[in-house]
Design a protein around this ligand. Structure first.
Ligand SMILES: *[C@@H]1O[C@H](CO)[C@@H](O)[C@H](O)[C@H]1NC(C)=O
Ligand SMILES: *[C@@H]1O[C@H](CO)[C@@H](O)[C@H](O)[C@H]1NC(C)=O
Ligand SMILES: *[C@@H]1O[C@H](CO)[C@@H](O)[C@H](O)[C@H]1NC(C)=O
Ligand SMILES: *[C@@H]1O[C@H](CO)[C@@H](O)[C@H](O)[C@H]1NC(C)=O
Ligand SMILES: *[C@@H]1O[C@H](CO)[C@@H](O)[C@H](O)[C@H]1NC(C)=O
Ligand SMILES: *[C@@H]1O[C@H](CO)[C@@H](O)[C@H](O)[C@H]1NC(C)=O
Length: 482
């Protein structure tokens, strides 16, 4: 798969310390739901002895019409939660009538779950016990779903940027997310999983373009070739638009930064932001905003290209400048930067990452093996800025101190910079604005106009800021702002 093969993981660095974060990178690749603005009116009409039958039927027909009208003009919003040290954003998704928490991923396009009885592998493809994959449930059982239809003679085959890979069969089922009902949605039914789970997610929901999907001809994954044998299909939100269930062809995400304590805990952190389908994620914003085109690619070379004949893969945007407070140099960047909810850190060109780390007080020091910049958690961090479409967006310093759960020799807690060395700014190298950046903006992805709208959020304290988002302890904030 084109899905980046570069693997940067902290797993080995931190292998000796249990319960420490390994930063997630679901490129080619989000939590709790408590409410939906969809008026959940109950249109059922009781047929009682005192209600004449014909009248009841008339009421029912009218109720049905009203309900359909409401559906057709609706947008659907739900909350996301954070798992795995708040590195993954999850939301409730239903396949048929089976409920799962899935990772919300704008860096890939497929929606999948492991099938009950799946085989688990480590990232070196050695067979390991099923529990090692650490899914949140025993899996999806297509045979128990009355709405499931298999898609024979095809296979599902995906690899993510962090080295996780999965294969399996393909089918169609009703997928429900945020009360948005998508019928006959193509899904991956995973039989072989090399997955480093968090104990909560049972798969992933991909929101990127159809041409990035991972279904192939035939039943032998080893014969798959991208794009020669790929059979592209509509991902969940594309189907929703095509089926007319949303009133607008865009979806929107607002991912809250977790509290420092939550980022140091593997528990599921409820209410860590929103995803809205056909609407805008409901958080407080400033009037700093921009709408820019999504950068298309040359399908053959997989390089960004400007022309009328482009293929869309990721939510790639042209980033004009990157800088940070106190810096006299401004970095021109590359046109191959993607907006990815499924990646924890920002992956920026080496020279930017190095200069930024050096500006921490005390400086953050790069771990040469893993590319991550390590610093004491009490460090003072400059404000990182990203200029897109002539508008400058700022990254809260709090997003650039992620607790590693380990201490230095003096017993000081160690943190990692949220900004990672993504390699040299060379053609073909994909860079990422991940959760570090996304904590600071509302991003609205329009799949009809192929544009994204970025809106700077009102500064918020860790884990707060959103309507209904839970406020966290001020104690964690004090530790963070130094
Ligand atoms: C998922 O749905 C359940 C049941 O409605 C709810 O209790 C839970 O908070 C939701 N979790 C997430 C992460 O959305
Ligand atoms: C993993 O090993 C199996 C054989 O056990 C092989 O068929 C498959 O191609 C391997 N997958 C990868 C991604 O190497
Ligand atoms: C979504 O629906 C609500 C309620 O109908 C409405 O107020 C809002 O303007 C809609 N549109 C967007 C883009 O969120
Ligand atoms: C596409 O055009 C824009 C505006 O002219 C330019 O900034 C960008 O670098 C171009 N991208 C490519 C891949 O040529
Ligand atoms: C998908 O790829 C095909 C073949 O390159 C191209 O014709 C089509 O326009 C692409 N669709 C999108 C949405 O990028
Ligand atoms: C993170 O949690 C570990 C134990 O779970 C604790 O030793 C460490 O001090 C905590 N780190 C921070 C930065 O709070």
């Amino acid at each position: 798969m084109l899905l980046s093969r570069k693997v940067h993981t902290l797993a080995a660095l931190l292998a000796s310390v249990s319960a420490t974060p390994t930063f997630r990178r679901h490129v080619s690749s989000v939590s709790p739901r408590t409410s939906s603005p969809l008026p959940a009116a109950d249109y059922s009409v009781a047929i009682t002895a005192s209600t004449p039958r014909t009248k009841a039927k008339k009421f029912m027909m009218q109720a049905l019409r009203e309900s359909q009208a409401a559906q057709a003009g609706s947008n659907f919003t739900t909350v996301v939660g954070g798992s795995d040290f708040d590195e993954e954003y999850l939301t409730n998704v239903t396949f048929g009538e089976q409920d799962f928490l899935l990772i919300v991923d704008t860096g890939s396009s497929d929606t999948w779950a492991p099938q009950v009885g799946f085989a688990c592998f480590d990232l070196n493809n050695n067979s390991v016990p099923q529990s090692t994959c650490a899914f949140g449930t025993s899996g999806y059982d297509p045979s128990a779903s009355t709405t499931f239809v298999a898609d024979p003679d095809t296979n599902f085959n995906i690899e993510y940027g962090d080295g996780e890979f999965l294969t399996g069969t393909v089918g169609f089922d009703t997928v429900i997310v945020a009360n948005m009902v998508v019928t006959n949605q193509e899904i991956g039914v995973v039989t072989d999983a090399a997955w480093e789970g968090d104990g909560f997610n049972t798969g992933l929901m991909g929101l990127a373009s159809p041409n990035l999907t991972s279904v192939f001809e035939g039943t032998d994954p080893s014969a798959d070739e991208f794009p020669q044998t790929q059979i592209p299909y509509n991902p969940v939100f594309y189907s929703a638009v095509q089926q007319g269930v949303v009133s607008n062809p865009f979806f929107s995400v607002a991912l809250d930064r977790g509290s420092f304590a939550a980022e140091n805990s593997s528990d599921l952190d409820q209410n860590l932001g929103f995803i809205a389908f056909g609407g805008i994620a409901p958080v407080d914003v400033t009037d700093t905003a921009v709408t820019v085109p999504i950068q298309g690619y040359n399908a053959a070379t997989f390089l960004p290209q400007n022309s009328s004949r482009v293929t869309y893969f990721y939510y790639t945007v042209d980033v004009e400048l990157m800088s940070f407070t106190g810096n006299h140099k401004v970095f021109g960047t590359t046109n191959n930067i993607i907006l990815d909810t499924g990646t924890t850190l920002d992956y920026v060109p080496t020279e930017v990452a190095d200069a930024f780390a050096a500006a921490f007080d005390p400086p953050a020091v790069k771990d040469e093996d893993f590319g991550v910049y390590v610093v004491v958690c009490s460090a003072t961090v400059p404000e990182f800025t990203v200029n897109i479409g002539g508008v400058t967006f700022t990254v809260d310093p709090a997003d650039n101190l992620l607790p590693l759960g380990i201490q230095d020799d003096q017993g000081n807690d160690l943190c990692a910079s949220g900004t990672f060395d993504g390699g040299p700014a060379e053609e073909g190298n994909i860079f990422i604005l991940g959760d570090t950046f996304l904590h600071n903006v509302v991003v609205t992805f329009n799949i009809e106009t192929d544009e994204v709208t970025l809106t700077q959020r009102t500064p918020y304290t860790n884990g707060g800021g959103g309507v209904g988002a839970q406020r966290r302890s001020p104690e964690s904030l004090r530790r963070r702002s130094s």
